[in-house]
Write a protein of this length. Structure first.
Length: 676
């Protein structure tokens, strides 16, 4: 035998023995301190695993060699081991299937690995991972078996504990989810009763203080219901009980629906809300439209909540990998990087007082993440504090195959993918200071598919018309800071297409010469207040289609002697269908609040001009809501002020408060509130 060279050889030579061992021999033949057999003995003696050699050519295949690790694992001295078959290590609990495997492998002279229970000399059990291999001589004759033993008790126990712990955790989680689902149901049922009763209460005669309390209760109730619904969703998801549907749907539908639902809140905050869809998207796809809408609504609702000025935009695009990409971008306060990492985990709310005030259960984004993942996608966020955030998610896009006809598209093809073609038919600037009229007009226009931006005074309108391209400007004539006529003249001075934007007046004036004044200021037509959905849409369409424009009819003044009803239900119903179901109760509520505040200002005013201005706006708003008697009284008051008829003004003012009260109390009938 040759020697092992320990130092790196100058010219190494690889030498193999009959057993397949390899070692290096120095070319110069320098002797190593360790002989080859010595090296082997060292290796086996210091191995951390047990090594035994058994001889199958002796009766019962006894152990003829053992290393110290085997003796240590089993606790036996060598004289009690050598000459015995290894089965002496077995005992109660040793799996017969494992010994059967061993027996067969040994009989067939095959290698085998098994895990089986063995006993130490002190009768302590241990789990032995045994590898058993046959050893043959050069002629293929079976010489011996080598067994390698490894005490894996600690590892196996740890694994079993981990499996048990996981099962227990899963069971506890399931129980918790069941409990949550059960409790959510239990809470929801009486809550619906509470909410319904509050709605009924709000429809009765309440004084301002009582109404405020009832309103607060309803708002809190709505928040609580939303939280309970989220809990229910989360528990269903966690218990694996939420099934994702797979039905054909129009891709544009969830976007429209979300715009519709969030528009009132956006309008109230003066935020521009818009959506665009990539022209390459199919018109219809297969998926779970409700869950898609739920995720979208959550993101857009959050975006509006955390944005105080600017825009919230939804974009849907066909991604290069053929998937659907959805992005919700806002110009809000943004999310600090520390929070971003934890944003999609449960119970994480935006930190800091201004964000915390917005409320929320902290479950919404976690639910979004789980829903998106259940639908086969991923969700992420990108944000710059102080500038805004973009939430995006992707989903598999399964288009509904076109049936014969060429695939329909949402919009005509355009070159760019994003920003894509606006979802709406056009972009409209609405210059209006009355909150109710703003909400009504914006709701009507948005429902018709237009994108609406708001300006609250004439100067804002001019600035907006200068900075963006609008298809139409709807301009209230009486606006603070700069009136509608002056704002129109200023817009007409703007360069390029900004100065040529079509402008429609919105006026509640019925005075001769008003229409001429609007046209003289550079307007293209005028719309009478109260706003009528049909007239408004067709006037806007006329302008967009550049059809010859007809002047709109102005509001007819009441015939003398005609006693107008408190509430014209037909107008109210028309308004309901114009703004979309569910919105009217909220609009009425705002109208009532605004009217009461306006009445207080009228009574406190010491200047006829102020009263005239307030009466003018009241006339328009009352007309919009079908409050006919109030509209007429406001019109008469406006006229009395304009003519300087102090006795008439005082007579009207005397009865105005009671008329406002009666009118407000005549709102609204049950069917209107039940739609919400
Ligand atoms: C090299 C070698 C090492 C073995 N080591 C063990 C051992 O550590 N523990 C054990 O329970 N069985 C061991 N066995 C298996 C038993 O010796 C025996 O083959 C097995 O129990 C099946 O045979 P039987 O049914 O005759 O008992 C080993 C077998 C060989 C050939």
């Amino acid at each position: 035998m040759s020697d092992i060279v320990i130092a790196p050889p100058m010219v190494p030579e690889v030498v193999r023995d009959a057993g397949g061992n390899a070692y290096l021999r120095h070319a110069l033949g320098t002797a190593s301190a360790v002989g080859f057999e010595g090296a082997l003995a060292l290796a086996i003696a210091s191995a951390p695993t047990g090594v035994v050699i058994t001889d199958p050519n002796l009766p019962d295949c006894p152990i003829v060699f053992t290393n110290p690790a085997f003796l240590k694992i089993t606790g036996y001295p060598p004289e009690e081991v050598l000459g015995r078959n290894c089965r002496f290590l077995q005992g109660p609990g040793t799996d017969p299937a494992a010994t059967h495997l061993l027996r067969r492998a040994i009989a067939e002279a095959r290698p085998v690995t098994v895990e089986l229970i063995n006993y130490r000399r002190d009768r302590k059990r241990f789990i032995n991972e045994l590898r058993c291999s046959p050893v043959f001589d050069a002629d293929g004759k079976l010489l011996a078996f080598v067994g390698i033993q490894h005490d894996v008790t600690a590892r196996v126990r740890a694994e079993r504990e981990a499996v048990k712990a996981r099962a227990a955790a899963e069971r506890a989680n399931r129980e918790k989810s069941d409990f949550l689902a059960f409790m959510s149901h239990e809470i929801r049922t009486p809550m619906h009763g509470v909410m319904g009763t509050l709605s009924l209460l709000l429809d009765t005669n309440l004084d301002a203080e009582q109404r405020a309390y009832a309103e607060t209760s309803r708002r809190c109730g709505q928040l609580l219901l939303a939280t309970v619904n989220e809990l229910l969703d989360l528990s269903r998801i966690e218990a694996g009980r939420l099934k994702i549907g797979s039905e054909p749907f129009n891709l544009v539908d969830p976007v429209r629906e979300v715009l519709d639902l969030v528009a009132p809140a956006a309008t109230e905050k003066g935020i521009s809300l818009s959506a665009s869809l990539d022209h390459r998207l199919p018109a219809r796809a297969i998926g779970d439209v409700q869950r898609l809408q739920q995720v979208l609504l959550n993101l857009v609702d959050n975006a509006v909540k955390f944005t105080n000025r600017g825009t919230v935009e939804i974009r849907m695009a066909a991604l290069p990998d053929g998937r659907l990409g959805v992005a919700v971008t806002d110009t809000g306060m943004g999310i600090p990087p520390k929070l971003r990492a934890r944003l999609f985990t449960r119970f994480v709310q935006a930190e800091g007082p201004p964000l915390r005030q917005q409320g929320g259960s902290g479950l919404g984004l976690s639910i979004c993440k789980r829903l998106v993942s259940l639908m086969g996608g991923q969700i992420a966020v990108d944000s710059t504090p102080g500038k805004g955030s973009t939430f995006f998610f992707d989903l598999p896009l399964v288009p509904v195959p076109a049936s014969g006809a060429p695939p329909s598209r949402l919009t005509p093809a355009v070159d760019a993918i994003l920003p894509a073609v606006p979802l709406a038919n056009g972009r409209i600037l609405l210059a209006e200071d009355g909150r109710v009229n703003q909400l009504v007009a914006a709701a009507i226009l948005r429902k018709a598919g237009y994108t609406v931006d708001l300006a609250r005074d004439g100067a804002e309108a001019v600035a907006a018309a200068e900075s963006a391209e609008y298809d139409v400007v709807l301009m209230d004539v009486r606006l603070p800071v700069m009136d509608g006529l002056a704002a129109t003249q200023a817009i007409r001075q703007l360069p390029g297409i900004h100065g040529r934007v079509p402008i429609l007046a919105m006026t509640a004036s019925a005075m001769p010469g008003d229409a001429e004044a609007c046209i003289a200021a550079g307007m293209d037509g005028y719309l009478a207040k109260p706003l009528d959905r049909g007239q408004m849409i067709s006037a806007v369409e006329d302008v967009l289609n550049a059809r010859p424009r007809r002047p709109r009819a102005a509001i007819p003044l009441p015939e003398p002697g005609n006693v107008a009803p408190l509430l014209d239900r037909e107008t109210l119903e028309e308004l309901r269908s114009a703004v979309g179901p569910g919105r009217l109760p909220r609009l009425i509520q705002i109208f009532v609040e605004e009217t009461r505040a306006r009445l207080a200002r009228i009574i406190a005013a010491n200047n006829a001009q102020h009263i005239e201005d307030e009466a003018h706006t009241l006339k328009a708003a009352a007309g919009t809501f079908g409050a006919t008697a109030l509209r007429d009284a406001a019109a008469a008051l406006e006229m009395a002020c304009r003519k300087g008829d102090a006795p008439a003004r005082l007579t009207i003012l005397d009865s105005l408060a009671s008329l406002v009260d009666r009118t407000m109390n005549s709102f609204p009938a049950q069917p209107l509130t039940r739609t919400g």
